[in-house]
Design a protein around this ligand. Structure first.
Ligand code: GLY
Length: 353
């Protein structure tokens, strides 16, 4: 059973990856948190599958459990749902030592994480990710946020969890689309820094638990060096500038996060090749692996609809957007570009409808 320790400037915490971990969650949380009240935050798709088991494990370990169930989907990452969580925390009497359990995918992790970061100025957060995307990326590293009408993840906090508990068994019940969603982030980890992982994914010869542990180790290494996203961590957003813009322009409905990032990665390769920064043929390799996992490689959205979100990207520092490009598969770098430079090159590579 891998037990990985994440180390950051603000906190060190364990990440457990263990078959059947959901049934032992209570013991682990009790060992890490003083308080014995908790609220389990989940959504209406994950709740029916795992809430009872998780709640039973926590109760057996002596916890008084409240629950907060939100509708599944990005639409729940909003100020109204955040206020709903605060209300549930208040009703349950959560004090500063009592943990919040985020049981679900990236949406639940981000929303519950931000609520935990801000309730009483911060209560312990336990991430229990149930999707591939959340296991390989969003549950680790401390990014929490909600969306605003102006854009995705615009309000949030860097807030490291007290512990992360992953049960690889939950991945077996995911739909093909949810698996593909997470696989886009796995492919991203391969492309930005781990060509050996990319090779395994291309050959479809991998063990999922190994993939999760490998991505988690990559992520915590980056976060240890740049917790607050001021340099190297921005590389983890490869494909995300255009990806987030696609999600926003299509109302967070037509594309899953991973699907939008897949298109964003193809675009980043096309930009890099056009600018002579990326080895020729990289874009073709990316398209092939994405298609093998039934991920989209283009989006039928006019570029004009994407540009406002692209220009308000959080990787904008001063007048320049720090766009993540590849030198080649396995090596990423930040390319500062003015909005004019970026829209000119995007205009050349974005497929015309
Ligand atoms: N998902 C990118 C990061 O955590 O920095």
């Amino acid at each position: 059973m891998p037990e990985i320790i994440a180390r950051t400037a603000t906190a060190d915490y364990p990440i457990f990856i263990q078959q059947g971990a959901l049934d032992h969650l209570g013991e682990r949380v009790a060992a890490s948190c003083q308080g014995r009240r908790t609220v389990i935050v989940t959504d209406d798709q994950v709740g029916p599958l795992y809430l009872e088991r998780v709640s039973a494990s926590l109760k057996a370990a002596g916890f008084n459990c409240g629950e907060a169930i939100v509708p599944a989907g990005e639409g729940s990452k909003n100020p109204e749902r955040l206020a709903f969580l605060y209300a549930r925390f208040h009703e349950t009497g959560l004090s500063r030592t009592d943990p919040v359990i985020a049981l679900g995918g990236g949406v639940v992790g981000d929303l519950a994480g931000f609520a935990a970061a801000t309730w009483l100025r911060g209560v312990p957060l336990v991430q229990v990710p149930t999707t591939l995307l959340a296991q390989v990326d969003s549950s680790v590293g401390g990014k929490t946020a909600i969306d605003l009408p102006q854009g995705k993840n615009l309000v949030g906090a860097f807030y490291q969890p007290r512990l992360v508990v992953m049960d690889p068994a939950v991945l077996h019940t995911l739909s093909r689309r949810f698996m593909a969603d997470g696989m886009a982030e796995v492919i991203k980890y391969g492309l930005i820094g781990d060509e050996a992982l990319l090779d395994q994914i291309e050959q479809q010869a991998y063990d999922l638990e190994w993939v999760v542990a490998r991505c988690v180790r990559s992520k915590i290494a980056v976060v240890a060096r740049d917790e607050k996203d001021s340099g190297e961590r921005m590389l983890l957003n490869f494909g995300h500038t255009v990806g987030h813009a696609i999600e926003k322009a299509t109302g967070y409905a037509a594309f899953s996060h991973g699907e939008a990032v897949a298109v964003g990665m193809v675009m980043a390769a096309a930009i890099g090749e056009k600018l002579g920064e990326t080895d020729p043929g990289t874009g073709d390799r990316i398209r092939r692996v994405l298609e093998a996992y039934q991920l989209p490689v283009q989006a039928d959205v006019p570029l004009q609809a994407l540009l406002p979100a692209i220009f308000s990207d959080k990787k904008r520092l001063g007048s320049r957007i720090h766009y993540v490009l590849l030198r080649r598969p396995g090596e990423a770098f930040l390319k500062p570009m003015t909005p004019n430079e970026l829209s000119a090159v995007l205009g050349e590579v974005w497929p015309r409808g």
